[in-house]
Design a protein around this ligand. Sequence first.
Ligand code: ADP
Ligand code: ADP
Length: 237
Amino acid sequence: SKNKIEINNLDFYYGDFQALQDISLEVPENKVTALIGPSGCGKSTFIRTINRMNDLIEIAITDGEVKVDGQDIYHPSVDVVDLRKRVGMVFQHPNPFPKSIYENVAYGPRIHGIKDKNKLDQIVEESLKSAALWDEVKDKLDASAFGISGGQKQRLCIARALAINPDVLLMDEPTSALDPIATGKIEDLVDELKQDYTIVMVTHSMQQAARISDYTAFFFMGELIEHGPTEKIFENP
Ligand code: ADP
Ligand code: ADP
């Protein structure tokens, strides 16, 4: 299978503290790759190197190579706004904007220059459908995004990420703030979305990685200890 993301000899520092050490990993296209390991081992730091989110931290130093679709995303010629259009992100705590459901999804496309109301309507509908939320919110698109449940908020954040039409979806513990039913819905959704997106997901749950990922990468103290097909990683010795 084709590799969507290639990481070669990646080191990452917060000032003097080395949070990632010599990571090399290939992430295949249209699969779910789970990142697991104990708290503080570098999973969040690692996932944030793939859309250059760590650049927002002043003391961050990234060394090595991260390629998306063969392009080195840390090359000086890369436009970070364009990169984040290709690589979407969903966080642990659902964080919709204090705006309507519609505006949360329309915001990204509008920032990227889509002004036509019919086109925006269409993107909002398609994105909400892709996030399995349309049926639940279609009659209240103008209502505040703060008035829906936690699980719905997280699916709204997924719709917001999908609306800018990325190829890669990064998810940093997307279900750890959710109850089991909402978690199940997100897991089913992730399973659907991999047909169209390459998904990299941090999880603290081995069970979740075993349930929904195709590949698993196991981190420990800033190093990539083991990686491979999930059934191999979890098979009994
Ligand atoms: P998570 O549960 O996602 O790992 P944490 O509670 O570890 O979250 O961290 C929350 C925020 O604090 C993150 O933005 C992280 O980058 C930041 N953070 C974590 N550890 C440190 C640290 N030692 N110094 C400064 N900021 C930190
Ligand atoms: P994980 O996601 O596996 O819980 P993180 O990537 O959040 O791990 O953190 C990896 C290490 O980097 C931890 O030791 C954490 O304290 C440290 N760290 C995270 N964010 C920051 C930050 N903004 N400044 C300094 N240290 C940080």
